[in-house]
Ligand binder design. Structure first.
Ligand SMILES: [Zn+2]
Length: 175
């Protein structure tokens, strides 16, 4: 199976959490501390956009800042640093979170029998379907027994893919 490398994964994660600007900032690989203002000028991107992306990276654990008051203006300045050494840790944490969600989904599928409207209006538990006399209250079409075998199979496959990714990431050397 083709398992994406951590570099690819981290870019996906950064884009999802911190958007396009986040990816730009992240892939810049700044070696030294920088201010959001300086970066905004350098990139020609609105300072608010840069700040938003940086705080998203911060929430993810991939950025750090310290605040310093500018002697002249009296304004607080943020000095930023991207934590490239935390990449593995952050990725594994996010992958485990996704895996937990899949586990919950699987448990939900296992814990009940579902019926769906043949037109796709709704998915209800057996008890509810019975109360509705197996007729969709929205469109009047019959409710059909939902065979969740393939859905469950998909969840299980996704979970094992995630496990593989975690193993790969753990075995990658730190850069
Ligand atoms: Zn319906």
């Amino acid at each position: 199976m083709d398992v994406p490398q951590s570099e690819e994964l981290i870019n996906e994660l950064v884009e999802r959490v911190a958007g396009e600007v986040g990816v730009i900032v992240y892939t810049l690989r700044p070696q030294r501390e920088f201010t959001d203002e300086g970066l905004s000028q350098e990139l020609g991107i609105e300072i608010n956009e840069v700040r938003k992306a940086l705080f998203s990276l911060y929430e993810l654990g991939l950025a750090e800042y310290r605040r310093k008051r500018d002697e002249e203006t009296g304004w607080m300045e943020y000095y930023w640093k991207i934590n490239y050494s935390k990449v593995k840790e952050v990725l594994i944490r996010e992958l485990l979170r996704t895996k937990r969600k899949l586990e919950e989904k699987l448990q939900m599928e296992d814990s009940a029998i579902y019926y769906i409207c043949i037109n796709g209006c709704m998915k209800v538990k057996y008890e509810t379907a019975m109360e509705m006399n197996f007729v969709c209250v929205r469109c009047g079409a019959p409710l059909d027994y939902l065979d969740s075998t393939s859905a469950k199979q998909k969840i299980i496959e996704e979970m094992s893919k995630i496990e593989e990714m975690i193993t790969t990431i753990r075995s990658e050397r730190n850069n």
